[in-house]
Ligand binder design. Structure first.
Ligand code: SF4
Length: 323
């Protein structure tokens, strides 16, 4: 296939209209949204979208409602900023810290809690900044776990990722490496043997895959996940409870069963953070507790994640309902 005919990632309102995923009447409003929050819909994801209001379309096709910020919505709902000892690092707990090597993602989720900062041009740490971040981990022996997030760390080239995993693995007191990613479901073609080889480490290693609906586990995604699990990568799942995407017991059961079928242990179900312009996705905690409660007895304990929320001002995760 030539570069001209190869399907490409849709990155604008006009692209979405041309692909038949957006009504031309909505193009101007969505272009206004795009000026504020990035758009990306990979060919793999576009192929799963029936219409903009189905469980996949809702996650990725912008809506004019995103322009409306409610009084309780905040730009940095997890309060990464105040907890950053050095650029790219966030430490909220004594024993673990985040490292954000870049802020680009394969897709841009309309409910993203870091939507004010993620984007295609955003946040690639320079060589010197990455060295400073690695030096911070090396000089902080209480931190035993590094969580690579962003953005999506699997957007790095295999060479760069392998270098970073190698450098972090060489820090003696780091016991666990974890990567949070959307790539295996949103852009599964990026999961190549080279990328999988880049994740090799002697440390304990977990890949935490973000998915919110069973249909995200496409045939291509299954191939990517199999490649990872056959290489010995332990797979965890994280999801966000979202209105119109997975706000029924049947949708959640389908999602967690799909994860289990693909070797992914459901780890966290997140209450939606109060990021700007995300009101259309909100599900109340009371409803969330009822939905998660309805899964007990239907799914084995292996299939039920912890239902958690962020506490305000960067206090960290706590179980919803105090459970
Ligand atoms: S993949 Fe994660 S960081 Fe990127 S837009 Fe989606 S929720 Fe945000």
């Amino acid at each position: 296939m030539s570069d001209m005919t190869k399907p490409r990632t849709l990155r604008s309102a006009a692209d979405l209209v041309a692909a038949g995923l957006l009504d031309p009447a909505a193009e101007a409003a969505v272009a206004e949204v795009a000026a504020r929050y990035a758009i990306a819909v990979t060919p793999a994801v576009a192929g799963l979208i029936g219409d903009r209001e189905d469980p996949i379309g809702r996650q990725y096709i912008p809506d004019a409602a995103e322009l409306l910020t409610l009084p309780d919505e905040i730009a940095d709902p997890t309060a990464d900023g105040p907890f950053s000892p050095v650029k790219g690092v966030v430490r909220r707990y004594p024993d673990r810290a985040l490292l954000k090597p870049l802020l680009a993602c394969p897709v841009y989720c309309r409910f993203c809690f870091r939507r004010e900062v993620v984007g295609p041009d955003g946040g690639l740490l320079t060589e010197a900044e990455l060295e400073a971040a690695i030096a911070w981990f090396a000089a902080t022996p209480e931190v035993r776990e590094v969580i690579l997030t962003g953005g999506d760390p699997l957007m790095l080239s295999a060479r760069r990722l392998g270098w970073l995993v190698g450098r972090l693995s060489a820090i003696p007191h780091l016991e666990v490496l974890r990567i949070h990613t959307r790539v295996p479901v949103a852009d599964p073609g990026r999961v190549t043997p080279e990328l999988v080889a880049a994740l090799e480490t002697e440390k304990s290693f977990f890949l935490c895959v973000h998915a919110n609906h069973a249909r995200e586990f496409s045939d291509k995604s299954a191939v990517a996940l199999r490649l990872l699990s056959r290489a010995g990568v332990a797979l965890l799942g994280q999801s966000v409870l979202l209105r119109g995407v997975n706000d029924s017991a049947a949708a959640l059961e389908g999602l967690f069963r799909a994860m289990l079928r693909h070797g992914v242990k459901p780890y966290y179900l997140h209450q939606l953070d109060l990021a700007p312009g995300t009101a259309r996705f909100r599900v109340s905690e009371a409803e969330g507790l009822r939905l998660v409660g309805a899964l007990r007895g239907k799914l084995s304990g292996l299939g039920i994640p912890a239902y958690v929320k962020e506490t305000p001002a960067g206090g960290g995760k706590v179980p919803v309902g105090g459970g």
